[in-house]
Design a protein around this ligand. Sequence first.
Ligand code: PMP
Length: 296
Amino acid sequence: MSEQWIYLSGEYVLKEDAKISVYDHGFLYGDGVFEGIRVYDGNVFRLQEHLDRLYNSAKSIMLTIPHTKDEMKELVIQTLQKNALNNAYIRLIVSRGVGNLGLDPASCPKPQVIIIAEELAIFPKELYESGLEIITVATRRNRPDVLSPKVKSLNYLNNILVKIEASLAGVSEALMLNDQGYVAEGSADNVFIVRGKQVITPPGYIGALEGITRNAIIEIAKDLKYTVKEEPFTRHDVYTADEVFLTGTAAEVIAVVKVDGRIIGEGKPGKETNSLLKAFRERVVEEGEKVYTKAL
Ligand code: PMP
């Protein structure tokens, strides 16, 4: 891509010039919220759900987003058009804005809205063919009564610690358990196990982000006549599952073939995971909201 335009609180600036103040509380304290959204062939996938989650995260931390959801929708679409992107990853960020060095958000009068749309770095095809080897890590998921994992905040240290543990162990992804030892989610994706025709994912109260892809997979699995259960499970259940997969905006649906050294099923992406991925890829194009990405 030649020029990349970034929406930065009311104007479009080139990527090289897209800078924020060191006094922005998003930078100083991780005080803000964000979304990662995907565009398939000009179709924005479940933009409304992403906006609902963004506004709920903001409400939870008492951050007033200076736009209505409809205005935000327009801004997202405009940013895609400005960059003439048909297949893209969008990062929508609302930070508390510039304040003083104190913690109190009251010193930040103007939340900052940033929209980055860039060409999609698609996960390598080989990963879908071979599946992932992952581990479980010592880092536990934030307890919902401490910092709710449902708030998609700029404070991602919990997840970053997971990523560091995974990298140190030589794998690219890992599972977090909650404080009681139940499986919660990956560093940036939700987890499912498959047993026969049952598709199981941890319920919200276990402590995980309510993934848009997770919700889409639950719907698709029900449509395909799987029995879908939201119930707690442990590492033992993961090790002994027929199939395991992760879901997320970037990864879509990706098979896990080894967990903590235990081979899952036959050690390759399973039949059910592959059919859910196929159905998901069909659905993203069918149901997306068409956006015409002619350059402005
Ligand atoms: N869990 C976490 C912690 C995440 O950051 C994400 C987003 N990448 C997900 C799950 C998956 O959510 P979604 O399907 O909405 O991308």
